[in-house]
Design a protein around this ligand. Structure first.
Ligand code: FES
Length: 109
């Protein structure tokens, strides 16, 4: 089931925002070249917030140890030891609202 997260206008190009959904861990939403990406607001390396990082060349950069995750595939670059890839939730922009499937957890989409 898809859950409404926010207005799509809330996410500017090149930005990452955090969204709190009752009953769920924090969610991050990024916009790159117009497309939206929804993923856990938790770095898979050491659980730090990814919404406090930034986007660069189509990657989410974690501001703590600077792992870089490709938007879409989640493939990690410059990983600290033991850092896995990032996973994403399925999402869509419906009439100006961002919806995502949070049940079942993130996956590579
Ligand atoms: S917590 Fe993100 S790279 Fe270490």
């Amino acid at each position: 089931m898809m859950i409404e997260l926010c207005d799509s206008a809330d996410i500017a190009e090149g930005e990452i925002i955090r969204v709190d959904v009752p009953g769920c861990p924090a969610i991050a939403i990024a916009r790159h070249e117009g497309a939206l990406y929804v993923f856990p607001d938790r770095c898979p390396h050491a659980d730090e917030s990814l919404s406090e990082g930034w986007l660069e060349d189509g990657r989410v950069v974690c501001g703590v140890h600077f792992a870089e995750f490709e938007l879409g595939s989640g493939t990690v670059h410059n990983p600290p030891v033991g850092c896995p890839n990032l996973s994403f939730f399925k999402c869509e922009d419906r009439d100006g609202k961002v919806f995502a499937t949070l049940t079942g957890g993130p996956e590579h989409v």
